[in-house]
Design a protein around this ligand. Structure first.
Ligand code: PLP
Length: 283
C-alpha cells in the first residue's frame, strides 16, 4: 500500500488513515482499478486520465500529477512482487471536520493498493456467468468513478440473492447501461452493440480497448446506441468487460439461456484477441 502521507510503499498493516478522512466519512473520493500483465500496467494513461475526469466531475482539483501517481504505482507494484497485480488508486478530498462543506477539506490523500490479481478460472470464461437485470437506484453521476458505489453494491447483492452471479443495471426509461463493475456488449445477428455513453454509464477502459480490437483485429465495428432490456433478452451473445475480468461471457440472463447457453462465436474471438492484447501482441 502506498499513502501520500508516507511517500513510500508500506505493508498493508502499517498503512492507516484518519477516521476524519472524507473518503471514509462521505465517499468524497475518486478511484481507479487497474491490472498488470507481466511488467506492463495495462492502459495506465487511460486510467489516470479517467481518474482526473472523475475528480473534475466532483469539482476536486487533483493535486497529484500523473507522473507522480505513475511512479508511486510502479514502486508499490515492485514492492509487492506479485506475478500479476490488481491495483486500486484512490484519491480522497482529504481530512476535515465532520461537515459536508468541501472548503474545509485539507490534504488530499493518495492511496495505492496492490494485491495479487485474482481472475475467474478458465472454466468460468468457457461456461460464462449468469446475470439479472436490476433497476438502477441511487447512483450519483454514473459516468464518474467516485467513492459512492452503494447503488452498484445493492444491485449486486440483489443478483446474488436471486442466485445470479452479476447484475446489469437498467435506468428508469428501460435502457440497460452497464454491469455492477463492468460494461457489456451484445451480439445480434452478427453485429455488435453496446450502450452509448449518453445512457449514463462509466466509459470503461476495457470497453474502449475491446471496441478498438473488435474493429481493427476482427473487422467488426461496435454500434453504440440505446439498448432496451427486451433487446438484451433477445441477444444471441452477451459479454461483460472490465479491467480485472477482461471479457466475461454472460450465458444466462434473468434465468434464461443466452443463445445456446455457452460462450458464442463472436465472444470467443473477442476473448482470443483480448488475450493477445494482454500479452502485448495486439494493440
Ligand atoms: N462500469 C462500472 C460501474 C465499473 O465499476 C467498472 C469497473 O470497475 C466498469 C464499468 C469497467 O471499467 P474498466 O474497463 O475501466 O475496468
Amino acid at each position: 500500500v502506498w499513502l501520500s502521507t508516507h511517500e513510500r510503499a508500506l505493508d498493508p498493516e502499517d498503512a492507516t488513515i484518519s477516521v476524519y478522512d472524507r473518503g471514509f466519512l462521505y465517499g468524497d473520493s475518486v478511484y481507479e482499478t487497474l491490472r498488470t500483465a507481466g511488467d506492463r500496467v495495462i492502459e495506465l494513461d487511460a486510467h489516470l486520465d479517467r481518474l482526473r475526469r472523475s475528480a473534475a466531475g466532483i469539482a476536486f482539483d487533483l493535486p497529484f500529477e500523473n507522473e507522480h501517481i505513475a511512479r508511486a504505482l510502479r514502486e508499490t507494484v515492485a514492492a509487492a512482487k506479485n506475478e500479476d497485480s490488481r491495483i486500486r488508486v484512490i484519491v480522497t478530498r482529504g481530512v476535515g471536520p465532520i461537515a459536508l462543506d468541501t472548503r474545509v477539506a485539507e490534504a488530499p490523500l493518495l492511496v495505492i493498493m496492490v494485491e495479487p490479481l485474482v481472475v475467474p478460472d478458465a472454466e468460468a470464461y468457457e461456461r460464462g456467468i449468469s446475470a439479472i437485470v436490476v433497476g438502477r437506484e441511487g447512483s450519483i453521476r454514473p459516468g464518474l468513478k467516485t467513492g459512492n458505489y452503494l447503488g452498484n453494491i445493492l444491485a449486486l447483492r440483489r443478483a446474488h440473492e436471486r442466485g445470479a452471479d452479476d447484475a446489469i443495471l437498467c435506468n428508469a426509461e428501460g435502457a440497460v447501461a452497464e454491469g455492477a463493475t463492468s460494461n457489456f456488449f451484445m451480439v445480434v445477428a452478427g453485429s455488435i452493440h453496446t450502450p452509448s455513453l449518453s445512457t449514463g454509464l462509466l466509459a470503461g477502459i476495457t470497453r474502449g480497448v475491446v471496441m478498438r480490437l473488435l474493429e481493427q483485429e476482427l473487422g467488426m465495428p461496435t454500434c453504440e446506441r440505446t439498448v432496451l432490456v427486451e433487446e438484451l433478452r433477445a441477444a444471441d451473445e452477451l459479454f461483460l468487460t472490465s479491467s480485472v475480468r477482461g471479457i466475461m461471457p454472460v450465458t444466462t440472463l434473468d434465468g434464461r439461456s443466452v443463445g445456446d447457453g455457452s460462450a458464442g462465436p463472436v465472444t470467443r474471438r473477442a476473448l482470443e484477441v483480448y488475450s493477445e492484447f494482454l500479452q502485448g501482441r495486439a494493440k
